[in-house]
Unconditional design. Sequence first.
Length: 225
Amino acid sequence: MRSRRFMPILISLAAVSAALPAIAANEFTPEYSVGPVISTLGLGLEAGARLDDLFGLRINGNGFSFSANRDVRNVHYDGDATLESFGALVDLHPFRDGWRLSAGMRLNLNEVDLKGTPTNSTYTIHGTTYTATEVGQLNGKIAFNRFSPYIGVGYEGAVSDHWRLGFDLGAMYHGTPRVSLDATGPVTSTPSFNQQLEDERQELRDDVKDYSWYPVVGVTLKYAF
């Protein structure tokens, strides 16, 4: 009778013992990685942690600068763009493999500095022509939300025992761009010019107001350990 009482316990222990090797074989070992990233946010460095087969974390920083010129209405602007941002991301691996859905937040320091250049020593600002001496230096800036959410998809896979190649495709929401514009010349003391300068600023803003999302395409090559 006593042996029959313990028989279910013995059977359960035997079943658990038989399952332990399979459980151990499927146990996920966290993996950490670090390496360079090249993306539309600039060049940078990324570090990641694959916590289990479902979730991962990443942090990265990117930076780059370039120049571009553009005519807005009757004013020619030389633009110097500075890309600088830092991000923290959570990755969800719905298929428990290299594919991931990502969401996070970036500290966004991107900005564009503008410098108006006169044509034949004159500026035409909102339909009125002024000499370069009257206007002085025409300066502007385009800035964005400091904290910008990011969403995207991507994949990261092994190319060798320790190297991981990945890509990301997503977008960062930096809000409606903020535009400032000012001049340094003596004509800035006249209310009519200041109103025309404000109208010019509004025209600049209208040209960029629809660009609330910044596309992000990137490639990483990281060393895993």
